[in-house]
Design a protein around this ligand. Sequence first.
Ligand code: NAD
Ligand code: DAU
Length: 361
Amino acid sequence: MKMKKNIKDKMGNRRILITGGAGFIGSHVVRLFLNKYPDYKIYNLDALTYAGNLENLKDVENAPNYNFLKADINNAQEIENLFEKYRFDSVIHLAAESHVDRSITDPLAFMKTNVIGTMNLLNAAKKIWDGNWEDKLFYHISTDEVYGTLGKTGLFTEETSYDPNSPYSASKASSDHFVRAYGETYGLPYIISNCSNNYGPNQFPEKLIPLFINNIVEKKALPVYGDGKYTRDWLYVIDHAIAIDLAFHKGEIKETYNIGGFNEWQNIDLIQLLCEIMDKKLGRSQGESAKLITFVKDRPGHDKRYAIDATKINKSLGWKPSVTFEEGLELTVDWYLDNEEWLKNVTSGAYKDYYKTQYSD
Ligand code: NAD
Ligand code: DAU
């Protein structure tokens, strides 16, 4: 029998732990919750790895309902102590190692943070909540990559079997399984959502869109993996945050929701569009940025195509993307061009070493 979620009935004084809130998606989720629910206490737990950046939350850091906790989810005792101290009643878990290329060079780091780190949170929730599941929720944020790759046709639904191909997606699949297992075995109330490729402000420039924006600004080569004919389904990050808000408040316990943009692009077509937008914004002649396109060696185990069937969240929770890809991409480009300082800060230091290792033959 399905357990009905009571979270929406007791919204007044929730104490929500958001992990990974200094990262790309997490910072948009933290901002949305702080602004929309001033009565909630929001605890942003983040280890501030290379991908975590408190600059992402500058505009809301003084909100009276905001607390930042610098902590590592790999430290089981520290996590349990924080649960004990702050008595969170729900968790929105985004903290993760998130970049596929890094998972190929250092798979163990992904196993540690994404699997053990998730288990540390599950164990702390299980221990402190101690069977008092009413009003509790463990909301785990996952990815469409757990489903593996699609051929030319078809879409990932919530019933698609898991078939992960990269160390990143294997670690996310494993964490999804543990969340579900804690629900089945101990009764821990959970929701999981699996989302497609996000883009938008504050994304670290290791991912395709911000990396290419930065390289176009700097007139550096645009390294397209393989033949560039790989397909992804792109979603504006704020639309993902809105979907998370809906699933958190209105989703059913023990359910999975697929979230996607209904927006498939082959990499090479997306890159051409980005080059056109950038030429316009930078006052360069049309075609100038596209000259930077350089085909480079492929990513090992590169998934050919991802595409989400988001019918379930659309029909049951009334969610759909609010911006078109063209609008979202223009907003994104504008944000990066207006936030030169942010981009400079995150691309100095260790980024240079990462770039050299990743993109030298
Ligand atoms: P990100 O890499 O931008 O941010 C990850 C955040 O987690 C950073 O702030 C980092 O400091 C923090 N973190 C990492 N290891 C930690 C640890 N051991 N302890 C505490 N904090 C730690 O990632 P993102 O792109 O914002 O992704 C967030 C979540 O959404 C991830 O779980 C990812 O798998 C999932 N997701 C991402 C996408 C996407 O397109 N980016 C799509 C679907 C799902
Ligand atoms: O599908 C959801 C996933 O999307 C998330 O779970 C991951 O956290 C997120 O990183 C993203 O994974 P991808 O591997 O799809 O994203 P990335 O931006 O790394 O790559 C997008 C596509 O662009 C992919 O086909 C690889 C290609 N690419 C990427 C880079 C960084 C290039 O051709 N060149 C590049 O330099």
